[in-house]
Design a protein around this ligand. Sequence first.
Ligand code: FAD
Ligand code: SF4
Length: 503
Amino acid sequence: MVEEESGIPHWLFGDQLGPHFLDPARGGPHRDAPVVMIEARSVLRRRRFHRAKAHLILSAMRHRAAELGDRVRYVKADTYREGLREAVGEGAVTVRHPTSHAALAFVRALTSVRVLPASGFLVTHDEFRRWADDRGTKHLRQEDFYRWVRRTHDFLMEGDSPVGGRWNLDHDNRQPPPRGATELGVPAPYRPRESDIDAEVRADLDRWSRDGDVAFVGEDAPRAFPATRREALAALRRFVEHRLAMFGPYEDAVLAKDATMSHSLLSSSLNLGLLDPAECVERAEARWRSGGAPLNSTEGFVRQIAGWREFVWHVYWYFGPRYRESNALRHREPLPDWFTELSPDAIGANCLTQVLGQVRATGWTHHIPRLMILGSFALQRGWDPRAVTDWFHRSFVDGYDWVMVPNVVGMSQYADGGRMTTKPYTSAGAYIDRMSDLCGPCRYKPSVRVGEDACPFTAGYWNLLHRHRERFAHNARMTQVVRGLDRLPDLEELLEQERDRRY
Ligand code: FAD
Ligand code: SF4
């Protein structure tokens, strides 16, 4: 490892806020290197972000600057370029590998900037490339990658075998919500207390909005996610000690009155760099080893971090900058205003009303509402995958380019034609009915596909299958359901209804 010179300033991005990003032993800058942070207003001006997201990022950056004290030069500028000029002139600067293609291209184009290795992930770019190239296949599968990570990092292993003898305990997980329950009944997740810095951020956001300089979607509310390392560690501790045990069985279940269920709510802290994924996995494993959590919950959580999160990060880089433009299904419909404006009451479908309401209030909802309600609806309606990606990116507190592109383009919109998943993730209303309490009060009926009561998801599902019948019929995992189209006596009626239906 090359030891950096102490005098070269290090530019810290807003999603590189944990101590590991500055650790020289982990590829970071010299321990005495001055730090530069740049708050660029143009980023907020370019897109309409959720207010809670803008607040969280600015709060986290300003809290980190306060912690670093005299070591940091914190510049508020219009653009990164201007901020950098103000901070270091034409002088040399180091920076950690940024987290988006655009940011990487930007720093690489600046001759004075030297890019240090990425941090905040378990596997390096070179290791992933070797793993992927070795597979010699067009399709990369998360499950294979996850097992390889478990082996190479010795997570939940006994010698060469997974603890308990099985890699995958999904069979014990993914249960519907407990019958009749309106809440899961687990202790509430950690919530931070706001500081003076939050008050300053709120005043700035109010002023910029009043001046017409920036515009937001979503509600302003007390900050709900950690902005400091201390808060993030408290959130991790609370999850591991009080909520992990119930994570597995109900990780896919949805209850209208319990938005968080037993989820960790750690995504924003991980993506801001406040937590390191290894420490999250290790603490969960330690909890299981001490008898404090069952294996199915622990394995389910470890799979999310060491499997999915890590896989998504590497897919983003491995597939390259043009992956975001994929549109295998040629979907081009624009997003309706009620969706982009997060107006939950504009639509009669209770599932969408509830979930959009959660996003509006907090900038967060858990995985199944993202995938099987918001994403599934967009896929069924044929919305443009790039616009859907942009919407998710702007509306979620944990949304960053690297994580949104694979999750939306690949996983939720099937726009890559199956490079990342074996089949489209979408369903008729019956799945939502089984996994949630949302259908009972809805004006539609999940079992009905034609007429006044027709569930938009049920009708939309068959409509989507019909639209892409030829492509899906060639997918071994879809052949059976595509054949189901032939057994629908009212297919023509359904297609006509969906052609005319406006949401
Ligand atoms: P938990 O359910 O407690 O899971 C633990 C951790 O696993 C999460 O904190 C997260 O870091 C990680 N994780 C699990 N699945 C994924 C995944 N598919 N991709 C990346 N990390 C994962 N996650 C984001 O971090 N940012 C996003 O912008 C984002 N957008 C998504 C968009 C769509 C359409 C879909 C289907 C998923 C998206 N996800 C995203 C993944 C996942 O839904 C969220 O990470 C999770 O809901 C965050 O809540 P949590 O921290 O309570 O997660
Ligand atoms: Fe959603 Fe259909 Fe259930 Fe209504 S009936 S909540 S639209 S899945």
